[in-house]
Design a protein around this ligand. Structure first.
Ligand SMILES: [Zn+2]
Length: 289
């Protein structure tokens, strides 16, 4: 086959596979968003549809999530617009390894030279790029760009970069490697508990059953572990990989009249409740089949 023909066939295959599945990203996800301070040394540097959070210190910064591969220029511009340097990012971590939250990590690692750390399951996916069979969305989502060097951590480990410490909490369910992050940020003497809580939506490919998956048999126990984290973790400000899942834009608008509008000590429990309702509906639908 000639080169051009081969290219056409490839394009056609890609188009067909996108039509059959959810390969295309939602165009709203990559809308630009001006970077802003969430609280203290914590900044929002993501796009309007996908979160990316920078936690800064004079000795180095931590970046949580890399959104889509196409989001990288926006994230980079946002970080620079705040006056921070890419090469001062020492550590990049992730919520879960789907293309809309981890797609930009390979490129961000190249640009910053940062360490990348992930749960064991997520680290394997990052190193291989491919979506594994025990991901509930196996077969419907595009793989991420492979990440060259990935370190791993265990549940509850504290990761330090510069003067920033973030704690990893395994919150599986949406994927077997899902991770949430907690840290403290201060303004003067007032320090708050911040939580970056991973998605816990029971979304899957057709044919996958959370009630009886051979590939992911402990999915329901995993959701319980994750709900119990959200119900018990100190939580002053909640941020989620999809900002609208925690009403970030409404809360930000309210901040014009109320400087504490991002603070909601019930937000993590409310999020757990929301995801639990979705799981309950999903399980009822699976059992009625
Ligand atoms: Zn996802």
């Amino acid at each position: 086959m000639h080169r051009r023909q081969r290219y056409r066939v490839l394009l056609l295959l890609l188009l067909v596979s996108c039509l059959l599945s959810s390969c295309a990203a939602d165009p709203a996800w990559n809308q630009p968003q001006k970077a802003f301070r969430i609280y203290g040394n914590t900044y929002y540097v993501g796009t309007h549809g996908l979160s990316s959070v920078l936690i800064t210190s004079p000795a180095g910064h931590v970046l949580i999530d890399g959104a889509l591969a196409e989001s990288v220029p926006l994230i980079v511009a946002n970080i620079r617009s705040l006056g921070f340097r890419l090469e001062d990012i020492k550590l990049i971590v992730n919520s879960h390894v789907h293309f809309d939250h981890a797609g930009g990590i390979a490129e961000l690692q190249k640009l910053t030279g940062a360490h990348v750390a992930a749960s064991k399951w997520s680290a394997d996916v990052m190193k291989q790029g491919a979506v594994p069979r025990d991901d509930p969305q196996f077969g419907t989502i595009t793989p991420i760009a492979r990440v060259a060097r990935v370190e791993t951590f265990k549940d509850g480990d504290a990761l330090i970069a510069g003067a920033v410490t973030v704690t990893a909490h395994l919150t599986p369910g949406h994927t077997p490697g899902g991770t949430s992050w907690t840290w403290r940020s201060c303004e003067g003497a007032r320090c708050l508990d911040l939580v970056y809580a991973d998605s816990l939506s029971p979304v899957s490919a057709d044919g996958f059953l959370f009630t009886s998956s051979k590939e992911y048999p402990h999915a329901l126990d995993d959701f319980e572990q994750s709900f119990s984290f959200l119900n018990t973790t100190p939580c002053d400000i909640l941020i989620t990989p999809h900002p609208e899942a925690s009403n970030l834009w409404q809360r930000l608008e309210q901040r014009n009249s109320n400087p504490d509008a991002l603070i909601d000590r019930n937000a993590c429990r409310a999020l757990a409740e929301d995801f639990r309702e979705r799981l309950t509906r999903r399980l009822a639908a699976e059992r009625s089949k």
